[in-house]
Design a protein around this ligand. Structure first.
Ligand SMILES: *Cc1c(COP(=O)(O)O)cnc(C)c1O
Ligand SMILES: [Zn+2]
Length: 427
């Protein structure tokens, strides 16, 4: 198959030095992160709204802006998740217009990580890797395991040993090799860097990171397309390493530069859990020096990265776009999960609770003005982190299979409803 001309090089984010498109991720001159670079002139003549709309509804409809040489071979059905207008939640949060980008129903493993894995494993195959691996807080492991199984690649996933059961089973079921590490994610990640150097495996978020990270752009492309080819005034994304947020920014800029959307003001806001908020803490302190968090302590385990690789760039993206940053407690995370479920009918994992809880604060403080429009990025499904809400959403009322018992229950309900009316009336 002839190679496509769009993806040209890897490029250092700091010094701009160009590299061949190999399994490398750090600049040898200044240790800056490498990212994918494209021949935008070639893309400008090729990629139009009409061409995109003529393609299947997957993340690969933006294929010219993704870093592989041939056609995608892994995760070809990933993406194009619903963008849902959430009017009841908008009223509840006191904002004029609110949208939910719902990656909790991404295919196949119910988180936005299917996007990054689709790109990383398609590229891993082009580079000839036979074993793929990752350091993960759970969702990435699920997606590597599932997509590697479907592609027939051998996989190893390394995770902190204390993850939620849904995340652990959600990797094991695919027959991958799950290795639990006694320690927080940052230790898992450091170990993976050492393994990658010695074993020649394709670690999707270590030596394949420049390819992996670009997959996140498709969330931004889809938001713009689904809004009718325009950028949202405000976008809120939760942050672990900070990569997703920076790539939504890159996606919006690429669409403007290519003339696919009109230039308009947009702000990107970040959300973290207070129990692991290195990026939010630095942002609020007005610095871009991100101080590591040694012992993350939050129910949002998927976001618990104490040394965020892209923290510095995430802060730059938020500042450059006039965005802001918030963090929230475990209690607020549970409230956020319930708000989204009760007012939009969407069951998100703890990371989604973080996004909603922080968006609520940003609206209350006026950092997202009430008369403007916002998109909240919901990144993972609630069935994977059930521990977080057990005992916090009530219990089923159990009765015998008789109409009389059901009628008793209904009578209780109407008496309670009446009582509420009297209470509200102050009687
Ligand atoms: C990985 C992850 C994120 C954030 O990832 P970044 O490292 O910031 O790109 C957000 N939500 C969920 C559910 C995740 O699994
Ligand atoms: Zn460099």
């Amino acid at each position: 198959m002839p190679k496509k001309p769009w993806f040209s090089n890897l490029k250092c984010r700091e010094c701009g030095h160009l590299y061949e498109k190999e399994a490398i991720h750090i600049c040898e001159f200044d240790f800056g992160p490498l990212e994918a670079a494209y021949d935008y002139e070639a893309i400008r003549g090729t990629l139009t709204r009409e061409l995109i709309e003529s393609r299947p509804q997957t993340m690969w409809r933006y294929r010219e802006l993704l870093p592989i040489d041939g056609e995608p071979t892994v995760g070809t059905q990933v993406g194009f998740t619903p963008l849902v207008k959430a009017d009841r939640l908008a009223r509840k949060l006191g904002i004029k217009e609110l949208w939910i980008k719902n990656d909790s129903v991404n295919y196949p493993t119910l988180s936005f990580k299917d996007r990054v894995v689709s790109v990383a494993l398609s590229r891993a195959r082009e580079l000839g890797f036979e074993v793929v691996a990752c350091a993960s807080t759970g969702n990435l492991a699920n997606s590597v395991a599932a997509n590697a199984a479907n592609a027939g690649l051998k996989s190893y996933v390394l995770i902190p040993s204390n993850l939620e059961q849904g995340k652990v089973l959600g990797s094991l079921v695919y027959g991958t090799n799950v290795i639990g590490i006694k320690g927080p994610y940052d230790q898992v990640n450091r170990l993976c860097s050492e393994i990658a150097g010695q074993y020649g495996w394709g670690f999707v978020n270590v030596n394949l990171r420049p390819y992996y990270a670009e997959g996140s752009k498709t969330m931004g492309f889809e938001i713009a397309e689904q809004l009718g080819w325009k950028l949202p005034r405000h976008t809120v994304a939760c942050m672990a390493s900070g990569s997703l947020l920076t790539k939504i920014h890159k996606a919006y800029k690429e669409f403007i530069d290519l003339g696919i959307v009109a230039k308009s003001d947009f702000s990107i806001h970040g959300a973290q859990a207070s129990g692991c908020s290195p990026i939010s803490t630095a942002f609020k302190a007005g610095t871009d020096i991100v101080k590591p968090v040694q012992n993350p302590d939050t129910i949002a385990k998927s976001l618990a990265i104490g040394t965020p690789a892209d923290g510095y760039y995430a802060i730059r993206s938020m500042r450059e776009t006039g965005g802001s940053c918030e963090d929230c407690t475990d209690e607020e995370i549970v409230d956020g999960i319930k708000l989204l479920a009760e007012y939009a009918g969407i069951f998100a994992e703890t990371a989604g609770g973080v996004t909603v809880a922080c968006a609520k604060k940003l609206i209350e403080s006026g950092k997202i003005p009430k008369e403007e429009a916002a998109v909240l990025c919901i990144t993972g499904h609630g069935l994977k982190t059930q521990e977080a809400i057990i005992g916090k959403v009530g219990e089923p009322r159990v009765i015998g299979a008789s109409l009389r018992e059901f009628e008793d229950l209904m009578r209780d309900d109407s008496e309670r409803a009446l009582g509420n009316i009297f209470n509200q009336a102050g009687l």
